[in-house]
Design a protein around this ligand. Structure first.
Ligand SMILES: Nc1ncnc2c1ncn2[C@@H]1O[C@H](COP(=O)(O)OP(=O)(O)OP(=O)(O)O)[C@@H](O)[C@H]1O
Ligand SMILES: [Mg+2]
Length: 228
């Protein structure tokens, strides 16, 4: 059963890679507009949990429910429609398309969804200004700094107005100043759009931007009371 008001919820997730139990009974839930940090040591199962929640990896067992629908009951095309339409992604290295300008990169998810170029780029520029990178529109990713590129990647994740943003170490390649700026802008933009954020991070300082933290250890998760 999904607790009332929960947008995305997982119970008793298990996923093995050969003898490795990447997930061993992990639990997760997030409300609309909530920012949840997923912390834990390297190899503990954080990315595997994120990939399962996003419908990229299929768990061996357990249930994942998004907006009242079970992911395992969907076929591949329904799951990919969900990823394109309702989810946004930010990874450690922005993964922008090097041949496209920044505004074309941000507009890309809309172009793929059939939105006309002019309208897609207008919406892209709106999100780029939210992330304070509107002036980089005509540059290519190779011509901007790491922190700027990551803000462009965040704008691209937001451009389709997703209900959930999955961010796996979004500041992992940045210095602490740029990391904080990216987190501040990411969480502000997500909150104003009422998008939930699943934020995987090693860093306490990054996790401090969340509403709630969970810790994953040996494939098991537990809620952590914020100690202020
Ligand atoms: N595709 C895969 N094939 C084989 N083993 C995998 C695969 N993906 C993850 N694992 C293993 O599952 C365990 C959990 O990996 P996962 O990537 O989820 O950890 P993580 O917490 O994200 O680590 P990090 O902080 O280093 O990114 C690790 O032991 C890892 O080696
Ligand atoms: Mg990882």
């Amino acid at each position: 059963m999904t607790p009332a008001g929960t947008l995305l919820c997982a119970t008793d997730l298990r996923k093995a890679y050969g003898p490795t139990k990447a997930l061993d009974g992990a639990e997760f839930s997030i409300h609309p507009g909530e920012v949840v940090a997923v912390m834990g040591p390297s190899g503990s199962g954080k990315s595997t949990l994120l990939h399962c929640l996003a419908g990229i990896v299929t768990p061996d067992s357990g249930t994942i429910t998004y907006a009242g629908r079970e992911l395992s009951a969907m076929n591949d095309s329904e799951r990919s429609a969900l990823r394109r339409g309702e989810f946004g992604f930010v990874f450690q290295f922005g993964q922008l398309v090097p041949e496209l300008t920044c505004v074309e990169n941000v507009a890309l998810p809309l172009r793929l969804a059939g939105v006309r170029r002019k309208e897609a780029e207008r919406t892209a520029l709106h999100w780029m200004s939210e992330l304070e990178v509107a002036d980089l529109g005509s540059k290519r990713p190779g011509e901007v700094s790491g922190g700027q590129g990551q803000r462009v990647a965040v704008a691209r994740a937001l451009v389709t107005q997703p209900r959930v943003i999955f961010a796996d170490e979004p500041t992992g390649a940045l210095d602490s100043l740029n990391g904080e700026l990216v987190m501040q802008l990411l969480t502000e933009a997500a909150r104003s759009a009422n998008a939930a954020v699943v934020l995987v991070t090693h860093e306490t300082r990054v996790a401090a931007y969340s509403d709630r933290e969970i810790v994953v250890r040996d494939g098991k998760s537990r809620d952590m009371e914020r100690i202020v």
